[in-house]
Structure formats: C-alpha cells, structure tokens
Design a protein around this ligand. Sequence first.
Ligand code: PGA
Length: 255
Amino acid sequence: MNKSKRAAVIAGNWKMNKTRAEAKALIEELLPLVKDADCSVVVCTPYLDLETAVNATSGSNVKVGAQNCHWAPGGAFTGEIPASMIKEVGAEYVIIGHSERRQYFGETDETVNERTRAALDEGLTVILCCGELLNEREQGIMEEVVGKQLKVALGGVSEEELKNIIIAYEPVWAIGTGVTATADQAEEACAFIRALIAKLYSAEAAEAITIQYGGSMNAKNAAELLSKENVDGGLIGGASLKAPDFAAIVAAASV
Ligand code: PGA
C-alpha cells in the first residue's frame, strides 16, 4: 500500500451549527488559512447554509457538502431533501450514515445504502460513515459491526462508483466526547476497512480509496492520527467550527 497514491481529505462536519451570517464569516476566516493546502478541504454545512457556503468558497480550494440526503428523487417526504437539490445548489459532497443519524433518526444500514445510491446517481461524492458503539468495542466485535455496516451500505455500488466514495471510520464513543481513538486503534480499524474493500472489490480499489478517521480529532492530535498508513484524512466535528483549529488539521494533512 502506498499512502501517497491516495487523496487526503479533511472534511468539516458542522452538524446543526452556524447561521448563514456565521457560515460566511467562518469561511472567510478559513480561506486564507487553507489556501495552500496539499489536501482536499471540504465543509459540510446545514442545508440552509449550502448556498451561502458555495458562494463564499467560489474560486477557492474549499469544497462544500451536505450532511445527509434522501433516497428518493422527490415526492411526499415532508422535511427531507433529495440529492438533486444538493447538487443543484453547487455542493459536491454529502455525508451519509453519520452515527447521529443512526442514533437519533432511525437510520439503518439499508437506508444508508439507499441514500448512498441516490447520491452517487446524482454525481455527488459520498462521505460514508461507519463505526462501532462503546459496548461493541468492549465486546470485541468492532470488525463485525463495521464490516456489516459497510457491506450493506455498499450493496450495488460498482468499483467505478466506489471512486466517488470516501469512507469515514468514526467510533461512536469518540464522537464529541473528547475521547479520541488512539492512533493505533484508528489505524487498526482503517486497515481492516481497506482489507474489506480489497475483498469486496479489488486490491487496486482498496489502495485508491480514501479512509478518514473521525471522533474528537483536533489541532493537537491530528498529526499523529494522520501519520498512520491507512488514515487518509479526517471528518472533523467540533474542531471544524473554529477556523484556526480546522486549518491546523488541514496543515497536518498537508505535510
Ligand atoms: P467530533 O465529531 O470531531 O466533534 O468528535 C466528529 C463527527 O461527528 O463527524
């Protein structure tokens, strides 16, 4: 495996934060700090901030993503947003299957698969999330849990389409808790995921796919996590809400 062959991607997951005015201000502060980044930089904003973010990042090296999309192209799904509308507003990425969607909004591996399919069909790049709960890690079943999540989520996804998927490994016990997985734990899980991709697709597909770590990644611990062979980037929650912190993680991925 040759890490340098893969695209490093640092993506911010703003979750349910930032008004449009705040989004514009954060992006304006961020752009000069990351303009020389040697990795892809993405901000995933609330739906209502997408247009503001697309305008504010226009002409820059920062891309914009949403945090979810529905599987249907349109219809009677009150409160939902289809992939086509995300695409139309100019966003290029979408997070699918985040653990908060699974925990609080009834997201299942099957709906994650359907949403992934819909996003790929619209030409969006999917940041596909997986990760085990604390009790699952304690029971020693991380591989079973993550393996099943990914096998179901990737059902019907071709090797060609896989080029538009980034996998984010996010142990649920590390999200928003300040407890980071150790660099070795992150590496072990990301290496397991890469081996699974080799089994499901091919060695080439496994070598090429970007696998992020997410869960309390911050300016201080990013360099160590990102130094690992199979950790190609990060999905950043809390630390993406402050431009200097997010920029420091981008810098750590750019060395
Ligand atoms: P965190 O969130 O960085 O605040 O732990 C990561 C995520 O949920 O994507």
